[in-house]
Structures are given as structure tokens and as C-alpha cells.
Write a protein that binds this ligand. Structure first.
Ligand code: HEC
Length: 176
């Protein structure tokens, strides 16, 4: 019995002792801690700002890029799309839906084309930004789309083909 009490006491003393030691360590480390916090705040800020600028150059303001390219350039880029899409007025659906007048139209809206469930459910109008985001990597923008196209990594190419589509329509979206 005595042995048990003694060992419990020893355990308590040990725990208290460890607490003391921990307190001492804590006090010693305190100034270091706040210095570290400042450093980590600075890191967070710089990460956030670099993330913002990365996404801006990726999918941000595509209208700013329009000035550096043209619909004529876009006609060349559209060769990558033409295997699956017609663009002329009255053009038929091919593997993909007809793209005459696509900008401003709701996505997945042609009644005579069988869209994927994902595209039919997406339902957002094709604005410049929406189209730009989609064309970077279609399968990332609309998960489950059946458009088997890797995407246009080059922002000028995207801007050009968007300008081209905006000319092949009865109602172009305003450019500014
Ligand atoms: C390999 C064939 C293929 C290629 C190449 C292709 N597409 Fe598509 N595209 C499709 C298919 C299929 C769909 C229908 C997607 C769905 O229903 O999920 C589609 C859908 C679209 C839509 C949505 C239209 C609507 O009515 O909502 C747009 C816009 C579009 N494509 C633009 C392009 C552009 C621009 C290019 C070239 C840079 C391109 N596509 C290249 C097959 C293709």
C-alpha cells in the first residue's frame, strides 16, 4: 500500500516538475515566438499577393489582352476548334455544338444539340470571362464536359479566338 502511495506521489512530483520545466522553456521561447509570427505573417501576405497576380494573368481581365491581338489572329486559332465546331451563320452542329452567336448565349442552350449533363446544368451565359476560363482548360472549368480539348494555355490565343467568335454573331458583346 505504502509503495503505491509513494509511487503516486512521485508521479505527481514528476508531473509538477515537468510543468515547471515547461514553463521555463516557454518563457525562454516567448520572444522567439513573436518574431516567428511576424515572419509567418509576412510569408502569408506575399503568398496571397503572388496568388492573386498568378490568377489574374491566368483567367483575369481578358479584355485587357484584346488590344494586343485581333479577330484575324483568332481565325487562325479557330482551326484548332474547326474539327468539332462550325462557326458560320447557319452552320450545323458537328461533334460539338454550332458556335455562331455563342457569346452572350447561355451555355448548353442549343435545342438541337445533345450536351453533356454537366454543360446542360452549367447554365451560365458565355461572357468574355466565362469563355476565357473555359478555354484555359475546359475539363477544369466545367467538370464532366464532353469537350475533349486540352485547352489554350496561351492567353493571347484565347483572347484572339474569343474576338473571332464575337465577330461571328448577330449581336456582338460590347468590347468596353
Ligand atoms: C475534339 C472536339 C472539340 C474541339 C477540338 C473543340 N471543342 Fe468545343 N465542344 C466540343 C463538344 C463535344 C462540346 C459539347 C460539350 C458538352 O456538352 O459538355 C463543346 C462545347 C463548346 C462550347 C459550349 C457551346 C454551347 O453551346 O454552350 C464552346 C463555347 C466551345 N466548345 C468552344 C470551343 C473552342 C473555342 C474550341 C477551340 C479553341 C473548341 N471548342 C474545340 C468539342 C470540341
Amino acid at each position: 500500500m505504502n509503495k503505491i502511495i509513494v509511487s503516486i506521489l512521485l508521479a505527481v512530483i514528476l508531473v509538477l516538475g515537468i510543468n515547471k520545466i515547461a514553463d521555463v522553456i516557454f518563457y525562454v521561447e516567448k520572444p522567439e515566438k513573436s518574431a516567428y509570427q511576424v515572419a509567418s505573417n509576412a510569408t502569408t501576405t506575399s503568398t496571397t499577393s503572388s496568388e492573386t497576380s498568378a490568377s489574374e494573368s491566368e483567367s483575369g481581365n481578358i479584355m485587357a489582352i484584346f488590344a494586343s491581338t485581333s479577330a484575324a489572329e483568332g481565325a487562325k486559332v479557330f482551326k484548332k476548334c474547326a474539327a468539332c465546331h462550325s462557326i458560320a451563320e447557319g452552320g450545323a452542329n458537328k461533334i460539338g455544338p454550332a458556335l455562331w452567336g455563342v457569346l452572350g448565349r447561355k451555355s448548353g442552350a442549343l435545342p438541337d444539340y445533345k450536351y453533356s449533363k454537366a454543360m446542360a446544368a452549367h447554365g451560365k451565359p458565355w461572357t468574355f470571362d466565362e469563355m476565357n476560363g473555359f478555354l484555359i482548360k475546359p475539363k477544369d472549368w466545367i467538370k464532366g464536359t464532353k469537350m475533349s480539348f486540352a485547352g489554350l494555355k496561351n492567353e493571347k490565343e484565347r483572347a484572339a479566338v474569343i474576338l473571332y467568335m464575337n465577330e461571328n454573331t448577330n449581336s456582338p458583346l460590347p468590347l468596353n
